[in-house]
Design a protein around this ligand. Structure first.
Ligand code: FEO
Length: 162
């Protein structure tokens, strides 16, 4: 069993992962509304991944004999000015998640909680991938601009995400 402080921090992270799912689902809805099915699909897959992240925290807390406590999930924004802004905000969000994972690692070190440090290793690597996938799309949008042919090509590419 871990300390109450560690347990509270893990429960907070579970909530952040659920918020991430909520945020990306709101972004999917924005894209669906624009008729950009590929962008919407990509965000829905991302939202599902965030639910998987949340469940990893859920199972880990349980495995260690802790109690999962579900709190309110903040409402995400619903509108953005353009496609590029959606990806800017998403990347900004992922950077915050990376910081909160790193803070958890620091806390686990302070608490001498080796098992939690090992558990968090997966998330440290995952955050590198998360930031990379958002910033690759963002770079492309910034480089090519939001010209209709660019958006249509990208939409066809993003629909292939598994
Ligand atoms: Fe669960 Fe996108 O980090």
């Amino acid at each position: 069993m871990f300390s109450q402080k560690m347990l509270n921090a893990l429960n907070r992270q579970l909530n952040r992962e659920l918020y991430s799912a909520y945020l990306y689902l709101a972004m999917a809805s924005y894209f669906d509304n624009l008729g950009l099915k590929g962008f919407a699909h990509w965000m829905k897959v991302q939202a599902k991944e965030e639910l998987e992240h949340a469940m990893k925290f859920y199972e880990y807390i349980n495995d260690r004999g802790g109690r999962v406590v579900l709190e309110d999930i903040e409402a995400p924004p619903q509108e953005w000015n353009n496609i590029t802004e959606v990806f800017e905000k998403a990347l900004e969000h992922e950077k915050k998640v990376t910081k909160s994972i790193h803070d958890l690692v620091e806390l686990a070190k302070q608490e001498n909680d080796i098992a939690t440090q090992v558990f968090l290793n997966w998330f440290v690597s995952e955050q590198v991938e998360e930031e990379k996938s958002f910033s690759e799309i963002l770079q492309l949008l910034k480089y090519a601009g939001e010209k209709p042919q660019v958006i249509i090509a990208l939409d066809r590419q993003l629909v292939q995400r598994k």
